[in-house]
Design a protein around this ligand. Structure first.
Ligand code: DOR
Ligand code: ZN
Length: 347
């Protein structure tokens, strides 16, 4: 049995870092593990311009502890009103890697999102021309659609036609949660990929209701069935470069999750690599982790692979019950529960 695992240093292709004091609480966790991360723009107010993204990037860099290297890759938040020349500014800036599509109302801070994809057609065309990547939260928002079926419905009604209408646009279907999404991405044209979170590899929807309602397992897209989880594990561990790591670590203060109307999002950055090691080991596929965590995302985004390495040791640890989170508390994934692998240097 292997007890030491050395990998090329990974990247997180989807993370929420928030802002201000709460950002300063979480950035060290991400920077400790990942060389780069694609930073989501759903702040209040959202990061809709290159100038705002530049300022936000500076604040993130200021929060990186001395001695750590970390590069935030910025995204712009698409709205119905984004002017196409904002895409030119984003490309020229160099630090913006793509634009995030939130269907309006789909999730946390998505109220200013896109109400109808036809409204951003010119923006998408310009993104394809300049090769900025489109990151998609793939769920329809119609109230009458079952919450467990919103991803599948999005594939059929929005995503499939979109990649035909914009054949050169490169698209990441973020945090996929269903077998249907796995199959869609596997069969799609070149230039379509997906990220997969640790929670969707490790849990199915029963976890939300095990022994009572458990708000720390509520995220969007919501956890799905065991059949879906199986398909996600097969995709992540199968060595297919279309699937790569994106934690979707989404911190919320404890009292906003343990609430009559709790927020969506699970915090995983404190164990952002270790949770995937757990999932890959359970699947007997540790040798496939490096591709998923450190190669395929960089290749898709046309960035160099990192050159440094990280080492993990088989040594059990338990994440704390809470972290400080700007005057509040943050409950991490696997709080107080054993994880089998720890990062070297954390002993
Ligand atoms: O669970 C989620 N939380 N899903 C998202 O899409 C957004 C995220 C957040 O920002 O909290
Ligand atoms: Zn997200």
């Amino acid at each position: 049995m292997t007890d030491i695992l050395t990998l090329r240093r990974p990247d997180d292709w989807h993370v929420h870092l928030r802002d201000g004091e709460t950002m300063r609480a979480v950035v060290p966790h991400t920077a400790r593990r990942f060389a780069r991360a694609v930073v989501m723009p759903n702040l209040k107010p959202p990061v809709t311009t290159t100038a705002l993204a530049g300022e936000y990037r500076r604040r993130i860099l200021d929060a990186v502890p001395t001695g750590m290297t970390f590069e935030p890759l910025m995204t712009l938040y698409l709205t119905d009103n984004m002017p196409p020349d904002e895409i030119d500014r984003a490309k020229a800036a160099g630090y913006v890697i793509g634009c995030k599509l939130y269907p309006a109302g789909a999730t946390t801070n998505s109220d200013s999102g896109v109400t109808d994809i036809a409204r951003i057609d010119r923006v998408l065309a310009r993104m394809a021309e300049l090769d900025l990547v489109l990151q998609i939260h793939g769920e329809v928002t119609e109230e009458h659609v079952d919450v467990f079926e919103r991803e599948q419905r999005f594939i059929d009604t929005v995503l499939a036609p979109l990649i035909v209408r914009h054949p050169r646009l490169r698209v990441v279907f973020e945090h996929i949660t269903t077998r249907a999404a796995v199959e869609f991405v596997r069969d799609a044209r070149a230039g379509v990929a997906a990220t997969i979170t640790p929670q969707h590899l490790l849990f199915n929807r029963n976890e939300i209701f095990r022994g009572g309602i458990r708000p720390h397992f509520y995220c969007l897209p919501i956890l799905k069935t065991e059949t879906d989880r199986d398909a996600l594990v097969a995709a992540a561990t199968g060595g297919d470069p279309r699937f790569f790591l994106g934690t979707d670590s989404a911190p919320h203060a404890r009292h906003t999750k343990e609430n009559a109307c709790g927020c969506a999002g699970m915090y995983s950055a404190h164990a952002g690599l270790e949770l995937y090691v757990e999932a890959f080991e359970r699947a007997g596929a540790l040798e496939r982790l490096e591709g998923f965590a450190a190669h395929y995302g960089a290749d898709f985004y046309r960035l160099p692979r990192n050159t440094e390495t990280v080492t993990l040791r088989r040594r059990e640890w338990r994440p704390p019950l809470t972290y400080a989170f700007g005057g509040a508390e943050l409950v991490p994934m696997f709080a107080g529960e054993p994880l089998r692998w720890s990062l070297e240097g954390d002993e």
